[in-house]
Design a protein around this ligand. Sequence first.
Ligand code: GDP
Length: 425
Amino acid sequence: MMITAIVGVNWGDEGKGRMVDLLSAEHDVVVRFQGGNNAGHTIINDYGKFALNLLPSGIFRPGVVNVLGPGTVIDLEHLAKEIEYVRACGITINTGNLKVSDRAIICFPFHRDQDRLEEERLVGKKYGSTVRGIAPVYGDKYLKKGIQVGELLYPKYMADRVSDLLEWKNAVLTSVYGGEPHTLEATLSWLKEYGGKARNFICDTRKLLEEAVIEDKNILLEGQLGALRDIHYGIYPMTTSSSPLTAFAPIGAGLFSRPIDNVIGVVKAFSTCVGEGPFVTELDDDVGLRLREKGGGEYGAATGRPRRTGHLDLVASEFGMQVQQVDEIALTKLDVLSSEPVLKVCVGYEIRGNIETEFPLTPLLYEAKPVYEELPGWDEDITGIRTYDGLPVNAQLYVEYIEEHLGKPVCYISVGPQREEIIVR
Ligand code: GDP
């Protein structure tokens, strides 16, 4: 048996979904352990192209059990619609291959409203929210004002709690933001409609995972976003509201009886960042535009927002590697760098006259200027290459340079978005 985590080392959008889709072939269970429908995992496989927000990326593999763990937050309406969308493409989703934790927290329409109203209030100082209610629902979870998915199985208990919760939430929506209140009737009817659709998927997923361990099953833990957006260690407050770190995965999944065997850290061959926050190697020139367009269009899968692009940042990536405790690197989008004459790689930050190699706290990130080393590029299109030796020498040099800096082997090199466009070393 094997427990693998696939996690992001950068700001998210590294291509974790394509790696999970690929490696789920060797796993029995795939678990999302944090986040909600703010995720956007793009997957291209035999069934088509998908942007999954909530469903684990193992959903396309027959026989794989997909779990939304206790660390996730679930917009029941979005879940119902995403299930319909994926089913419409010929994928089977039933109570055998999808399980939703009874301890996950429900994301309500009033969370979405609050998210939007708060972003509007912030005007020029936005956090870059996806406006899907994720920050308000995680906030409520830790205020102990959340509703667990499993409460759907106890309607009377849940209705009483929703009533109490709504009284407080409406006070916030109306008096803080001047927004519209949500009625108990509309909220309960939303729960009835979409909760009804989720009901049969609900289970104690911790038990399910512990049984999977006893049965020697292979389990894959799928992270959303990346280390630099972690609520504790990321570029706070321009982070997500949950922890996409490997160390959180056992809690967010419900897997306590065995440690993780292998952590695959997904690193993009250059940098991208959706949303706000300091981004030291950001490019606002032709090179940045070229990287965005060549990457098949770097636009956020959940929001469609253009991704900010930059040179590879090894200072940030090294920090990401440490906090993710990566064993093996999956390097993605190497193909996008083809025909770049020179490849710049950030190896230090100049801050207040000093060269720093440690990733600092957010205030200093705003002051940091990148210190670059340059590596030679290559002209060849590498999308069709399937062996490491088949790569142009300069592409190999780039990979080995990254390995040396980050101190872990690059075991996967993704050279295109399709399932088979990968070099396994
Ligand atoms: P995730 O959230 O980490 O799963 O990443 P996203 O799906 O948001 O973004 C990754 C994007 O890059 C998607 O559009 C993928 O189809 C695409 N992609 C993944 N790997 C590669 C690759 O090696 N080359 C190219 N050109 N595109 C890739």
